[in-house]
Design a protein around this ligand. Structure first.
Ligand SMILES: *[C@@H]1O[C@H](CO)[C@@H](O)[C@H](O)[C@H]1NC(C)=O
Length: 105
């Protein structure tokens, strides 16, 4: 008797945890799909145009474009604006050069 109550309780707990995960995952996906920025917001075919925007104010246009597109194809994300705003794209922000400097413009 006590054992079956315990089993039911555990099952309920597990399904609750699964449900919570599912809801969490769904809301995260919705959030990403809704915003025009953020991880996965850019298709790799859109990288050149996003990087042209991103690099339009720098004097180092060519290297900016080179690294931006490299980062874009890997991260599928280009931060908004001309510089900074990298927290929008964690992958973009966390990709470092061998020396530990920022890899992506
Ligand atoms: C950061 O992004 C916002 C748009 O989301 C933009 O208005 C702002 O200029 C950007 N910052 C920089 C430094 O480009």
């Amino acid at each position: 008797m006590t054992k079956s109550v315990l089993v039911v309780f555990l099952l309920a707990l597990i399904s609750f945890a699964l449900l919570q995960n599912w809801v969490l995952a769904t809301s995260t996906t919705n959030h990403v799909n809704k915003g025009s920025y953020g991880p996965g917001s850019v298709k790799s075919t859109q990288c050149p145009s996003h990087c042209t925007r991103r690099c339009s104010k720098t004097q180092y246009h060519k290297p900016c474009m080179f690294f931006c597109q490299k980062c874009c194809r890997k991260c599928l994300c280009v931060p908004p604006g001309y510089y900074g705003n990298k927290s929008v794209c964690p992958c973009y922000n966390n990709w470092k050069t061998k020396r530990g400097g920022p890899k992506c413009p």
